[in-house]
Design a protein around this ligand. Structure first.
Ligand SMILES: Nc1ncnc2c1ncn2[C@@H]1O[C@H](COP(=O)(O)OP(=O)(O)OP(=O)(O)O)[C@@H](O)[C@H]1O
Length: 897
């Protein structure tokens, strides 16, 4: 068997790891804690599941992950397999899924952790424990077999070499023997019991007892037959007597019945007679009642308006009353409607009259207003007329001013005239200005000339003159000044007169304007006067008309009121009529009531007469029934006399005596028969008991025979199982001895190999697997006394010896799995490491196909065919696995040397 490949996901420190493994020696190296042991553990776990773990399933899942997966490919006996295990943690539980399948088409599959484990244990012929004891030397367990007690070692090695099976078979055979012994014991006990039972039954002479019982039974049966015959005869006698008695009893019974019937009929006749008397009395009473009713009817005839109390008269009166009522009702309805209508009319008319009166008042108020308006208009007319008068007087005085004026102008020429004067005055004023200027100039010239003269200069040229000045011009100028002065005065006078004229004309023009104004005002006022006058006229007319209308309305209202009063009177009359009619209706009702009373009494009389008739009939029928009863009574009395004669008292006494004798006898016989029958039953039971005892005896004898045979067979079987048990024990002892010899040989061989030429000569292994090491001087030594390193090598030798024995000693496919050594060199010095290397080489020589070693020892690394490096990334804390190139390997180890 060999591992081909292991692949991990989230197993302990590994994230994803995939490693191919080859034949030969593979050394796995790496730093502490990098995951070397975990890799081996993963392979072991793949094969055996949780049994292969020291910790729990949960521990192998990488911290912080929920799921791990381990796959292992391996080959065994020419078949390749793949195991896959998957652990999933949820809700604090671990789900373990596991499958195994062959990968080369040989169609092996196993599903489930248990099925796979069983398959692997079977295939490798070792369970998980055997695997660690043989193939897988775990770290720190290098001394396991040495430190074990001989007993443990014995179990371990026996198991590995399959000797455990023989022990198991021996035990089974022992169990079988004990089982047979138990059964045998039990059967023997039963056999003794049967013998006792049979002897007891044989002691009791069962056949003789049976004969005695049967003859007594015969006698008892005969006696019973005899008694039964006699009993039949007694019964017949008793029946005959009883018949005679019952015939008599019948007659007596009939007699009694007839007597009772006679009494009954008599009583019936009496009671019928009483009933007839009752009817007669009732008839008399009814007649009296009819007379009373008739007189009551007479009393009510007048009220009902009837002459006679006959049916026709009543019917006629009734229809008369109905007609009357219908007529009165009709009129009443009409009259009620009429009264209501009149009342309404009266109310309406009174309302209307009130409305009219109110309206008349309103119109009168309007007339008053019109009168006031007419008055106001008249006053205004008077006022205006006096204004007109005043204006006319003013106009007259204005016109007089024209007459009195100097100017000869009229109203229309004033304006033109004034304009002409103003023009002329303008011309005059211009002239005044010219003259003033000219005068001023002339005066200045005079003044200048006088100044020049005074200064001795020529007044005309201005040149200084001594004596002859040019003085002629000055005089001229003085004349001119005078002329101009007079003309100016003249002209000024003219201006003044023009001013006066203009002033007068201004006054006149103003008067003319005023006249125009007055004319206009007067005209306007006259128009207003005319208007107001017309208005006053209109208002007065309106007043008159309204007063007329108001008067008319008041009259109308008065008339309406009268009509309303009239209607109210009519309404009252109608209401009175209604009351009358209602009274009449009541009277009709009373009359009808009286008629009804008469009618009722009439029918009461009829009923009473019917009753009388009924009672009379009843009396007759009762009389007939009684006649018939009397006939029957006579018959019954005849029959009674007949029966009384027929009853024979002597015969009855005789029959009674016979009957009681027979009964007495029957009672006694019954007692005797009961006793005999009881005895017969007892005898029959006893016979049955004896017969059963006989049958049981026969059965017991048969059973005893069969049991005897069975006990013989069991005794034989017991002998056989005992033999088998000792045979297995012998076989195991023999095989173990053979193995011990072989193991001792291979152990010495390997020990020699790793420890030769040293202090020790050989190792002895006895039948109980007690190990003793012999020194060169022949001194024996307990292996525990060896040093740590020696012990390690010694143990490895023992393991290898077992391993070899296993691979050589078992028929068929060698189960030898890879030899796995985890840190085997811990206790070894370098010399011993070399020996270990040699041991490994040697193991290879013995045909171990695959050796996997965890170690950092250079020498071991050097001896490897394959080197696997395990590293842990310090950052992610995840391990990886890597195979080194074999060529490089060689170089590396050379370089190291
Ligand atoms: N469930 C887990 N999740 C993550 N890491 C784990 C888990 N279980 C163990 N480890 C880590 O794996 C490492 C143990 O690995 P292992 O024992 O295989 O190392 P090693 O290489 O054999 O060491 P040494 O040389 O000391 O024997 C430890 O560092 C431990 O912290």
């Amino acid at each position: 068997m060999k591992f081909d490949r292991v692949r991990l996901t989230n197993f302990k420190p590994y994230g994803d790891a995939d490693l191919r493994l080859t034949e030969g020696v593979t050394v796995i190296h790496g730093l502490n804690g990098s995951g070397k042991s975990s890799l081996l553990e993963a392979c072991f776990f793949a094969l055996y599941g949780s049994k292969a773990l020291d910790g729990t399933l949960e521990d192998v899942i990488t911290n912080g992950e929920a799921e791990t997966e381990v796959e292992l490919w391996f080959t065994h006996a020419g078949t390749s397999y793949r195991v896959e295990r998957r652990l999933k943690s949820y809700d604090g539980r671990i789900d373990h899924k596991c499958t195994l399948e062959s990968t080369d088409g040989s169609d092996v599959t196993r599903d489930g952790a248990r099925a796979v484990r069983e398959f692997v244990s079977e295939l490798l012929r070792m369970d998980a424990e055997a695997f660690v004891n043989c193939a897988y030397v775990r770290q720190g367990e290098v001394n396991k077999l040495i430190n074990a007690t001989p007993r443990e070692r014995q179990d371990t090695i026996d198991d590995l070499l399959q000797l455990g099976k023989l022990e198991e078979y021996r035990e089974r055979a022992g169990d079988a023997r004990l089982g047979v012994e138990d059964v045998l014991e039990n059967r023997r006990g039963r056999l003794d019991q049967l013998d006792e039972q049979i002897a007891a039954k044989e002691d009791r002479d069962l056949h003789e007892r049976l004969n005695e019982l049967e003859s007594e039974l015969g006698e008892v049966t005969e006696e019973i037959d005899r008694y039964e015959t006699q009993r039949e005869q007694a019964k017949e006698t008793r029946e005959a007597a009883a018949e005679t008695l019952s015939a008599h009893a019948e007659k007596r019974e009939e007699l009694e019945a007839v007597e009772a019937a006679i009494e009954e009929i008599e009583a019936a006749i009496r009671s019928a007679e009483r009933e007839r008397d009752d009817h007669r009395d009732a008839i008399r009473e009814t007649r009296e009642r009819i007379a009373e009713i008739e007189s009551a009817i007479d009393e009510r005839l007048d009220d009902a308006g009837l002459d006679a109390a006959t049916d026709e008269a009543v019917a006629e009166r009734r229809s008369e009353l109905d007609d009357r009522e219908a007529a009165v009702r009709e009129e009443l309805d009409d009259e009620r409607v009429n009264a209501e209508a009149l009342r309404n009319q009266a109310t309406n008319l009174a309302g209307k009259a009130d409305d009219r009166t109110e309206r008349a008042g309103e119109i009168e108020a309007e007339a008053e207003e019109a009168a006031t308006a007419a008055e106001a208009a008249a006053e205004e007319v008077a006022e205006r007329e006096s204004s007109i008068q005043e204006l006319r007087e003013e106009a007259e005085s204005l016109r007089e001013r024209f007459e009195a004026a100097d100017a000869d102008v009229d109203r229309d020429g004033v304006a033109d005239e004034r304009d002409a004067l103003r023009e002329r005055r303008g011309e005059v004023r211009e002239r005044i200005a010219e003259l003033s200027t000219e005068l001023k100039n002339a005066r200045e010239r005079v003044e200048e000339a006088e100044e020049l003269l005074a200064a001795g200069k020529c007044p005309e040229c201005g040149q200084p003159v001594e004596d002859s000045p040019h003085a002629s011009g000055i005089d001229e100028d003085r004349e001119r000044v005078a002329e101009l002065e007079s003309e100016l005065n003249e002209t000024r006078e003219r201006e003044a007169s023009l001013d006066d004229g203009i002033d007068e004309l201004d006054d006149l023009a103003a008067a003319a304007d005023r006249l125009d104004e007055i004319d206009e005002t007067v005209e306007m006022l006259e128009e207003r006067v005319a208007e107001k006058r017309a208005e006053a006229e209109r208002e007065r007319d309106a007043e008159a008309e309204k007063r007329e209308r108001a008067e008319a309305l008041r009259e109308e209202a008065e008339e309406t009121r009268e009509v309303a009063a009239e209607k109210r009177g009519q309404a009252e009359t109608a209401a009175e009529r209604v009351t009358e009619l209602e009274a009449e209706l009541a009277a009709v009702d009373d009359a009808r009531e009286a008629v009804t009373a008469v009618e009722e009494r009439q029918s009461a009389i009829a009923d009473a007469e019917d009753e009388i008739e009924r009672r009379r009939e009843k009396r007759e029928s009762l009389a007939e029934v009684n006649d018939e009863r009397r006939d029957r009574l006579a018959d019954k009395r005849d029959r009674r006399d007949e029966l009384a004669e027929a009853v024979d008292e002597e015969a009855v006494e005789d029959a009674k005596g016979r009957k009681s004798d027979a009964e007495e006898y029957l009672e006694k016989v019954a007692e005797e028969l009961d006793r005999l029958e009881e005895r017969r039953t007892e005898l029959q039971n006893a016979i049955g008991g004896v017969k059963a005892d006989l049958a049981e005896l026969a059965e017991r004898r048969e059973e005893r025979e069969a049991l005897g045979e069975r006990v013989d067979a069991l005794e034989t079987l017991h002998d056989e199982t005992s033999e088998l048990e000792s045979m297995y024990a012998d076989l195991r002892a023999e095989l173990r001895q053979r193995n011990v010899t072989e193991l001792e040989r291979t152990l010495n061989e390997t020990f020699e190999l790793v420890y030769g030429n040293d202090a020790y000569s050989h190792i002895e292994l006895d039948g109980e697997y007690v190990l003793t090491v012999y020194q060169k001087d022949g001194e024996p030594l307990d292996p525990e006394q060896l040093s740590g390193g020696e012990r390690a090598l010694f143990n490895l030798s023992l393991r290898c010896a077992i391993y070899r024995l296993l691979s050589e000693g078992i028929e068929g496919a060698a189960p030898t799995p890879p030899l796995i050594l985890d840190e085997p060199t811990v206790f070894l010095d370098s010399g011993h490491v070399s020996r270990l290397v040699r041991l490994v080489e040697e193991m290879r020589g013995f045909g171990v196909r695959q050796i996997i070693i965890v170690s950092h020892d250079d020498e071991l690394v050097g001896a490897a065919d394959e080197l696997v490096t395990v590293e842990k990334d310090p950052r992610s804390n995840r391990s990886t696995v890597r195979r080194e190139d074999a060529a490089e390997l060689g170089v590396a180890s050379l370089a190291d040397d």
